[in-house]
Design a binder for this molecule. Structure first.
Ligand code: AMP
Ligand code: MG
Length: 408
């Protein structure tokens, strides 16, 4: 058996980048910046009012009850050549550029108007309610490093700095298949001895979440020729992922077909679940032969394929967030392996989450993975984790708040 870290480092060292392209900002979610994003302009582009009110000179509102002459009106999107002189004010709306002479905005709530006179009811400090040019982002400032994977907020900031077509890394095309004579897709009645193909829909979802393009090669029967054809088709993509057929069974056809191949290795990784893994190349495509049981598929996708796919896309961060939690119960694991225990956050104590098993831990029990918030990663050599002790958890989500959710 080879340790997890060794297997992952072997996988990652075989991964290269695919080149770059420009995409419209509208399509940039989840893409990875290929160059750092430098702002060509100040944000905001000019000093402007943060409130609806009156633009004034700070020196004119140092005492309550000042009366000023209103000389103009400035809605957002307009400009004026008028200059605010001593004793004067210009009515201004949120976002309108500060007129010459003014350095302070008095909120409309602090004023009363009569004809062309405005009375300021309170003392207002100089500079109040003015957003300065470049106060959010300055011209020439690097807002995001290359390798940033774009969230909705990143997309919004790229728009504010005027970047309509960011340069991003190309997305790998990933061909994927399930193998097994017993597999039936959802929606079709189950025959005798048949089970549902859960791996393929889950893989498609995992791949979409990883931001790649997908090619569905379907369910491939345990027949060497059919598998060979599917692998050949897949080899035209950048990455091929199969599930099933890599362990010790008589019909483990992936293994039978690829075992002699000089470019594919069959590993026993010291992890549980997901011990067997085939990895290598089919032509120029990277190949992952994942195990068959659905939880094993999830674990080996998460530990090997997802980091590789994110690295191929140039992402700086390729692993899920990790935190140190407290075990809320005994986790009894095999000390010979790094064990991924499906856990959920049961509660928080002094800022530290307490985690417990989310259900059965057998590698076919996918329901416990759906109920989980993450994997507790119990390192090789540990065995038993006592209740109350620290455990590292790789989070794939954070429990959502039930507030406002209608009592359901
Ligand atoms: P294998 O390594 O091909 O023998 O598969 C191991 C176990 O996973 C067997 O019980 C298979 O029936 C099951 N399995 C394989 N592929 C799938 C799939 N696509 N969906 C659900 N279970 C599967
Ligand atoms: Mg099989």
């Amino acid at each position: 058996m080879i340790p997890l870290e060794e297997a992952r480092s072997e996988v990652l060292s075989s991964v290269g980048l695919l080149g770059t392209e420009r995409v419209p900002i509208w399509e940039a979610l989840g893409r990875v910046l290929a160059t750092e994003a430098i702002s060509p302009e100040d944000v905001p582009p000019f000093a402007n009012s943060a409130m609806d009110g009156f633009a004034v000179r700070g020196g004119d509102v140092v005492s309550a009850g000042s009366v000023l002459e209103v000389i103009g009106d400035l809605p957002a999107g307009s400009e004026t050549d008028l200059e605010v002189g001593p004793g004067q004010a210009i009515k201004i709306m949120t976002g309108a550029p500060m007129p010459h002479g003014a350095d302070t905005v008095v909120r409309v709530e602090e004023t009363s108007t009569e004809g062309s006179k405005v009375t300021v009811s309170s003392v207002v400090e100089k500079g109040t309610s003015v957003r300065r040019a470049g106060g959010d982002v300055a011209e020439g400032q690097t807002v995001f490093a290359a390798g940033t994977r774009l969230t909705p907020m990143h997309v919004g900031v790229l728009a504010t700095i005027g970047m309509g077509e960011p340069e991003v890394f190309a997305r790998p095309r990933v061909a994927f298949m399930s193998t097994g004579d017993e597999l039936t897709p959802p929606g079709v009645p189950l025959g005798p001895g048949a089970i549902r193909d859960s791996n393929r829909p889950m893989l498609l979802a995992l791949l979409r979440e990883a931001g790649v393009e997908t090619i569905d090669l379907g369910i491939v029967p345990d027949d060497p020729e059919a598998l060979r054809r599917a692998l050949d088709r897949g080899a035209e993509a950048d990455v091929v992922i199969s599930t099933g057929g890599v362990s010790m069974g008589d019909y483990d056809v992936t293994k039978l077909v690829l075992q002699g191949d000089a470019h594919v290795d069959f590993w026993q990784v010291a992890i549980q679940p997901a011990k067997p893994l085939a990895f290598g190349r089919l032509g120029s495509a990277l190949f992952f032969g994942l195990p068959g049981n659905p939880v094993s598929v999830l674990v080996s996708f998460e530990q090997f394929a997802r980091p590789a796919l994110l690295k191929m896309q140039g992402a700086r961060a390729i692993l899920r967030p990790r935190l140190v939690a407290r075990a809320g119960e005994t986790l009894d694991t095999d000390p010979a392996k790094t064990v991924f225990v499906r856990v959920l956050v049961e509660g928080m104590s002094r800022g530290v989450p307490t985690v417990v098993k989310s259900g059965g831990q057998a590698s076919n029990v996918l329901s416990a993975a759906a109920a989980a918030d993450g994997f507790a990663v119990v390192p090789r050599g540990t065995g038993i984790v006592e209740p109350g002790s620290d455990v590292v958890v790789e989070m794939f989500r954070w429990p959502e708040s039930r507030e406002w959710s209608d009592g359901r």
